[in-house]
Design a protein. Structure first.
Length: 134
């Protein structure tokens, strides 16, 4: 199973399973479109700069008890907390290194009443292109 390394630590160190990730192949540009009343279409004001990309990663965490689940969640939150952007590397694409910082709040969503399993989504804000990109 693939995983992710962030801030120098692989997700497996926290016994996390990566369920899915949503990665953009091309960042959004900063072009501006101006619409004028009573005129069809719009005027394009091109901008060669690009916006940051947001990468959503969904993890699953399984523990034996609810207290263990929430204790592990707090350790994971500490791992994901940084003051600046840190390297983010996906196992399935290791030659590309994103400079990333977590920008979302993280909520453990307990999947069932009978098992101590939780899913959560982490949103990383990254530079427009990873290192190693053309």
């Amino acid at each position: 199973m693939n995983g992710v390394k962030f801030n120098g630590v692989h997700c497996k160190a926290h016994q996390l399973t990566l369920i899915s990730s949503k990665r953009h192949l091309l960042p959004e540009n900063k072009d501006t479109y101006v619409e004028i009343p009573h005129k069809s279409g719009s005027f394009l004001i091109p901008d060669k700069s690009l916006k940051d990309v947001f990468i959503d990663v969904v993890f699953t965490l399984k523990k034996d008890t609810l207290p263990e689940l929430f204790a592990a969640g707090r350790l994971i939150a500490a791992w994901l907390t940084t003051n600046d952007r840190q390297p983010l590397i996906f196992d399935d694409d290791p030659t590309y290194i994103y400079n990333a910082k977590v920008v979302s709040g993280i909520t453990l969503e307990q999947l069932t009443d009978f098992e101590e399993i939780a899913d959560f989504t982490v949103t990383f804000r990254c530079d427009p292109f990873p290192k190693g990109a053309v």
